[in-house]
Write a new protein. Structure first.
Length: 288
């Protein structure tokens, strides 16, 4: 799918920032450490990545979740954009921590070639700059993968992934249980997810939106304790009734249904969705 970022970036610059405040009334960024602020401001992060900071609040979010220097970090499903990787990998490098990501399960004989290629591209991209990103360890992970290494991580981040797991039977339960087992005692699970309005949950989350109650229930079933939740990434402008689900909004700006013969509709008016900005999101902190 093509993302019309050249169009979006100019428009994003004119959109007012959404107010960010958590349930505890903390001032955004008040507890940020200098290393975190420095990597978020890093010149290796491009204009597209930095344009999203007004919606994703990386300094405030990571401070709220409890990221600390020297932690062993696992980022789940970094994706092609690797938005969090460009922050977390340099942070771990600068603070003496370790950084891992999940990658396509190379032990799966049914792994599609595209998934294998995506992992290869990721490793080539970040392996080329060890002075900036340090050593990034990629661990096999997927619906049929072996469990993650036990009691290895201090901090696991999963961002906008829960809706995808809901489409594979048993994947949500498998995933949260693996995260719980992979964290050290006292370890943190940080969750960012497109937030549905309270009420019944679509079992397959076709729109990309998931209720807070569902996520909390699944994490608690796996043994996690909900430590805190925040409104840092809330967006009250998001009506959550978009024609192509959450992907109608930036950054995806989808203009056709999945499975359509054409990837974009040049006549689709994105202005309404650019004015909304990125999705309303829950920001949850769980502890083992």
């Amino acid at each position: 799918m093509q993302t019309p970022w050249k169009f979006a970036l100019a428009a994003l610059a004119t959109i007012p920032l959404v107010a960010a405040a958590d349930h505890h009334g903390d001032k955004p960024g008040a507890a940020a450490d200098p290393a975190l602020a420095a990597v978020v401001a890093g010149d290796w992060r491009g204009a597209e990545a930095k344009a999203r900071d007004q919606y994703r609040h990386p300094v405030e979010s990571l401070s709220f979740w409890g990221l600390k220097p020297g932690m062993t970090i696992l980022e789940v499903q970094p994706g092609a954009a690797s938005w969090w990787t460009e922050i977390l990998a340099p942070y771990a490098k600068r603070t003496g921590g370790s950084f891992y990501v999940t990658g396509a399960d190379l032990d799966n004989p049914e792994l599609p070639p595209a998934a294998r290629k995506s992992r290869e591209d990721f490793e080539a991209r970040y392996g080329a700059k060890p002075d900036l990103y340090g050593k990034i360890s990629v661990v096999n992970w997927g619906a049929k993968s072996k469990p993650l290494p036990r009691e290895t991580f201090d901090f696991i981040l999963t961002a906008r992934s829960v809706h995808g797991w809901m489409r594979a039977p048993g994947m949500v339960e498998k995933t949260f249980k693996e995260f719980h087992d992979a964290l050290k005692p006292g370890g943190i699970l940080a969750v960012e997810q497109h937030r549905a309005n309270p009420g019944p949950q679509d079992p397959k989350a076709e729109s990309g939106y998931v209720t807070e109650a569902y996520v909390i229930e699944q994490a608690q079933k796996a043994g996690f304790k909900l430590a805190a939740k925040s409104e840092i990434n809330a967006n009250p402008k998001d009506t959550k009734d978009h024609p192509f689900g959450v992907w109608t909004l930036p950054p995806a700006l989808r203009s056709t249904p999945y499975g359509s013969d054409k990837e974009t509709d040049p006549n689709f008016d994105h202005s309404k969705y650019l004015a909304i900005g990125e999705s309303d999101r829950m920001t949850l902190k769980f502890v083992k």
